[in-house]
Design a protein around this ligand. Sequence first.
Ligand code: SF4
Length: 440
Amino acid sequence: MSIHRPDLLAIPVPRYTSYPTAAEFGAGVGPGDMAAALAAVAPGTPVSLYLHTPFCRELCWYCGCNTGTVGRGQRLAAYLDRLGEEVALVAAALGGRGHVTRIAFGGGSPNAVPANAFAALLADVRAAFAARDALVSVEIDPRHLDAEWAAMLGAAGVSRASLGVQTLDPAIQAAIGRVQPLPIIAEAVRRLRDAGIASLNFDLMYGLPGQDMAALAATLADAIALAPDRLAVFGYAHVPQMIPRQRRIDTAALPDMAARFAMATLAQNRLTAAGYRAIGFDHFARPGDPLALAAAAGRLRRNFQGYTDDDAWVTIGMGVSAISDFPGAVLQNEKHSGRYHAVIGQGRFATALGVRRSAEDRRRGALIEALLCGGRADAGPLAADPAIRDRLAGFEAAGLLAWRGTALILADDAMPYARSIAAAFDGHRGAPATGFSRAV
Ligand code: SF4
């Protein structure tokens, strides 16, 4: 991996899972934007669906997701009812246009929902959108994947599951409020494989409290032994001023920037040595995995779930706080569950936040996505922008990028800097921003 230049990583930057990013979302959009965006979907357009479960059985201290404890069953049942109503509402507005190719369930923990209720929801979604052949993926909390749930996934034809693993070190698990000994993870993997789930992803983290190189190396070795098809390795972003749950994490025990960079390097070295292909700046996949094939073919994309081989240009998010991504707008549902219930109960879309995309946003968004996915992009007229050239001068001097005419080409080992480089093209972010995580 590349040299460590902390000066070039000093400015926190967005993850760029959309452009404009969520930092630009405002209240200037509403249900009318959702109705217009759905009406504009042309027949046959590939469409992805995302359904949000804002519940977990236990809350992890590091987590910034919109989720709460499942608590009383009535709250969950009421939410599933509303979600079903939203599914019907969106499907009616889509009117059979669009071809639903993917259905993703995330959260929170979809497996906080009883197995039979989840199966019923999936069946309703498939029926409402005539999506019999859609590829279905589900995020899983391995601590609560019982045999019934795993069997249900197999019977329902779910083909991908993503497990929150994070770390396999017992002391670090205790320090982040997520205790899940290795045998629990191994059992979840066995159950999913036995159920016929074709593709498994592990999410891992570095930069955790008390984590050192040896602890990360041990986690990587254990993870590799379980042979997931894909892994995502994220740097822990400690922002307790924004995520109150993180106040339980000991700030003094967090690795410093140099240690974080060394850990990201270690993960890359161990995983590539084990036969995984590095995808973008934080994903890894077996060479024959669709994600690796998409990267090799220049078809890799980036959406709210990170790197993906999904080629749909429309994502429709349903559920509290879910985000929809259309060519002309990014739209987010109500984050407040009471308001979500009320609005959907009135038969209206729950769109509360978002941003309309200008033609310039679309150009810059495509450029940023190309840099993050393929390490190169044609900057067009922006290549001559003195402010952008100036902001990239340090990266150029460090050998992390080169200009060929208007084309910007990142060095092979520059991916840890890719978000920081891409931020130079962010037209919504002139001055150094706050509230984002560090790139490494
Ligand atoms: S990390 Fe996953 S299981 Fe833990 S609180 Fe967040 S969404 Fe729930």
